[in-house]
Structures are given as C-alpha cells and as structure tokens.
Design a binder for this molecule. Structure first.
Ligand code: AMP
Length: 219
C-alpha cells in the first residue's frame, strides 16, 4: 500500500489532475466528505488529508510514504527539523505557484525605513524564511508569529510589514497593501519518505515516474 499525503484546497485540487494523468482517481472529495483517508481506483494507493503544514511531518515519520507540499512549507519545516532529514524531494510539480513576499500598508515608506536602519515589526507565518531574508539584508526585525490573516497585521498596527504568499496580488490590493519585496518563488514539491523508498522501491518509483510524466504533460 502507498499512502499519499495531501492538504485540502489548492494543493488537492491541483494534484488531482496530475493523479488522473497517472491513472489514479481519488474516489472522494475532501470538501464534501469528512473522511480523512480517501480510497482511489487503485487498491494499492490511498490518499490521506492532513493540514498543509503537517504534510512534511507525515512523510518524514512514515505516516505517509509520499506527499505534496509547497516549497514554503518545506523550507519552514526543514529549518525546524534539521533540514528535513528523511525527506527525499525528487520533483517540482510546478503546481500551486505563488511567491513569498514582503508587503506593507500603501502609506508606509518601506524603502526609507530600510535605508534609515529602522527596526521593523514583521508579522508572518514564515518566521524562518523572514528571519533569514532580513538578516541577509541587514535589516533588524521583531518577528511576530501568526497562523493566518497576515494582511490584517499592518492594518491594525500589529506590524509594519508582513511576509506572506502572494499569487494574483488581489488579497493585498483588497486590503490596501503593496508588495515591496519578492523573497522567493514557490511551487509544490513531491516529497518521499526515504525508508519507504527503499522498502517499497518499485511501487514508489512508479508513483514518482507517473507524477513526473503527468507534470511534463501539463507543463
Ligand atoms: P492572491 O490574492 O491571489 O495574491 O492570493 C493571496 C492569498 O492566497 C494569501 O492569503 C495567500 O496566503 C494565499 N495563497 C496564495 N497562493 C497560495 C498557495 N500556492 N498556497 C496556499 N495559499 C496561497
């Protein structure tokens, strides 16, 4: 049995066509069903639905053999868990593309604040990515860890800036925020448990190959 960890939302929706391309149909919709383990048309493949930030953990400790996770989540996880030990990362799936950026209120002069060496309050879910980025720039920051609705932080005076995912930029615009730095481009990656790769080599190789072929076909 091969267990594939996915999170609900964009990653699930964009992985389904790749699975379909690989001849794997998920037999339930996680948006409609409360089931956490979803069968597929292939008796040897099942999907487990976990929180996006838990996908690397499930795969690292063998709760799932393979998983699909954003590079953002993988980097944050890796920084907390010694470089994501035990996780093999064979493929960029090219899905759920976005970027990690710094954004501020439209009336906040970020460039001047940086030039003057001001200490910035930065709210983010991505504390490791943010810490590294501002350290490399030589900007002093106080990081405030949030778990969601980062856009609210500059609007309420909680922070001067946020570090968050941006895709179309519509969410920033709707909240009168502007993107002032692009930290990195993000897409989703296939991750594989290294022990499973050895123990179930053939089955996992065929899943990786099927994902690679489906990724190429939709690129
Ligand atoms: P947008 O308005 O298209 O720029 O999307 C920004 C909002 O969607 C932010 O709240 C992000 O956290 C979220 N978002 C954008 N892209 C992704 C992605 N690939 N994965 C998860 N969340 C995303």
């Amino acid at each position: 049995m091969i267990t594939l960890a996915l999170s609900k939302g964009r990653i699930f929706e964009e992985t389904v066509p790749l699975l379909r391309g690989a001849g794997i149909e998920v037999l339930d919709d996680p948006e409609r069903s409360r089931k956490l383990i979803l069968a597929t048309n292939r008796p040897e493949v099942r999907v487990v639905i976990v929180r996006a930030t838990d996908v690397p953990t499930y795969v690292q400790y063998g709760g799932a053999d393979v998983g699909v996770t954003g590079l953002d989540t993988l980097i944050e996880h890796g920084a907390d868990w010694g470089g994501g030990a035990g996780l093999y990362q064979p493929l960029d799936l090219g899905i759920a593309k976005c970027r990690v950026s710094v954004a501020v209120r439209a009336d906040f002069d970020y460039a001047s604040a940086v030039r003057q060496g001001s200490r910035l309050r930065v709210a983010t879910k991505y504390v490791n990515i943010a810490r590294e980025f501002f350290a490399a720039k030589g900007v002093h920051v106080d990081l405030i860890k949030l778990y969601g609705s980062m856009e609210l932080a500059p609007l309420t005076g909680l922070a001067d800036a946020i570090v968050d995912l941006v895709s179309t930029g519509n969410t920033l615009k709707a909240n009168q925020l502007v993107e002032v730095e692009r930290i990195m481009d993000i897409s989703s990656r296939l991750v594989v448990n290294q022990a499973a790769l050895k123990l179930k080599q053939q089955a996992i190789r065929s899943v990786i190959d099927a994902f690679a072929a489906a990724t190429k076909a939709t690129a």
